[in-house]
Unconditional design. Sequence first.
Length: 328
Amino acid sequence: MRTRRGCSYPLAGPPITTSRKRLKLSPSHYNLFDNLPDDIVLLILAKLSSTADCPTDFVTTLFICKRFNGLGLNPVVLAKASAETFAVKPNRWSPFAHRFLQRSSNAGNAEASYTLGMIQFYCFQNRRNGASLMAKAAIRSHAPALYSLAIIQFNGSGGSKNVKDLIGGVTLCARAAFLGHIDALRELGHCLKDGYGIGKNVTEGQRFLIEANARELTSICSKTLMSVIRSPLLVSEFGFNLPAPKSHPANRFLAGWFAYRKPDPSLRICCYDGCGRLETRMHEFRRCSVCGVMNYCSRGCQARDWTMGHSKNCRPLVRVANVNGVDR
């Protein structure tokens, strides 16, 4: 029988019971992440920082929770961070970015030391601090840092023309070449061919150039095999052209920095787009011996720019003779 509300009267007999029982969970069961040991969380964060493709991949992790924010800045995590983690954009440079790079450098990250050293040396003209940071990375066998210090020695950057150390530059170049740095191999090959800072050995220099081109071809083909097959590209000294590799975040920062903040007009920027280095004094960089227009900080940048299009635009410098028959 139903009532006006549509409810039935209970049936006679014992009350009906169900076998389901509501589980009572303690507060610790609601968030199992808090029960993970710090060592495991540090391992996860270190893996994340070492594989980050941009700073956002890592920085956004610090804002997820207080635990990530605290452990994310642990020296264990910062020491493993990849180079792209420090790819700060020039228009986003701030004291926070400087402190982050400095903290990572203090944690033993060679990429952070090199990036901050390049910024300090070329952008803020803090030569001593920048060179010491690059040397700190070079001690850890960081090939780009060794090569950058070699360029500084070859050009006498930060000082006068008389402070060039060719032997020191060759030594640093040889160390970077031993670690497989392509530009260092090419620079060392030219030094041997020309007898620049080392005894002249044309055969050995040619061997280094061939090895540099072979390494460059291998690295490009392993990443973009199909694009190379569709458009056969050649390599520098032997008539072959290759697509430009992705430059280091430090070089990208320099190029963007001097694009936003115009430097002294009397100082020239390396004409290779992937470099970004600026002269520390007038006429520091070498000119193209054919056209006399393009300027390069090193043979490595000159070879890369040659493959990226300068070979098509380079024209011999036309000298105009004056009335007395003397070239101007």
